[in-house]
Design a protein around this ligand. Structure first.
Ligand code: SF4
Length: 187
């Protein structure tokens, strides 16, 4: 059984650490990161729109989060930065929930452009049945584009940005390494 208080403590420390590291980023690199995150957000929203067109929201609402049981591990430091770089409030997790701490009565409480990568690329069998061949092709193309973009951000701003925030913060208790590590030349 997970310890909700421990998860909340890791989460809050992660948010504070990332806000501090983001504030220390030179303006040019911050603009670069912001542009990359904005593109990632647009791709995520497109993926969710496709899934919703295949009854995604209705199926998820009826399901009640069977595939969201380990959702607490899905948000990454990169996804927290996507809120912070736009000065948006990060969605507060409810770690005492038996399902995902971000799942509300009407589905995921995160806007589609802010949802974790792991969530947006997962299309369950029930939703897939509603997708036509063209939509599957488009979905695969969007997923590939998002995956490549995520890898590029990881290379330019630090590999730990794409790990689970909770797990990275637990690991940081042992090695105190930063999460946001921009490459010196930006390349
Ligand atoms: S973050 Fe949202 S989409 Fe992802 S598992 Fe949780 S409720 Fe589901």
């Amino acid at each position: 059984m997970r310890n909700a208080a421990r998860d909340m403590e890791l989460w809050e420390r992660g948010e504070l650490l990332l806000a501090r590291e983001l504030s220390l980023l030179p303006a040019g690199r911050r603009d670069e990161l912001r542009a990359l995150l904005e593109r990632m957000g647009r791709l995520k929203a497109e993926l969710i729109t496709l899934s919703d067109g295949a009854q995604g929201s209705a199926i998820c609402a009826a399901c009640g989060g069977a595939c969201c049981r380990v959702g607490r591990y899905h948000p990454t430091p990169l996804e927290i930065l996507a809120f912070q770089v736009e000065a948006e409030t990060v969605v507060t997790p409810e770690f005492s929930s038996s399902v995902c701490p971000f799942l509300g009565v009407a589905g995921c409480r995160m806007a589609s452009n802010r949802r974790p990568f792991t969530c947006v690329i997962f299309i369950c069998d029930l939703i897939e049945e509603w997708l036509g061949d063209d939509e599957v092709v488009r979905l695969n193309r969007l997923e590939e584009e998002l995956r490549l973009l995520r890898e590029a951000v990881s290379v330019r701003f630090g590999p730990r940005l794409t790990g689970s925030l909770l797990l990275e913060m637990a690991r940081r208790d042992r090695d105190v390494a930063p999460l946001l590590i921009p490459t010196i030349d930006g390349g």
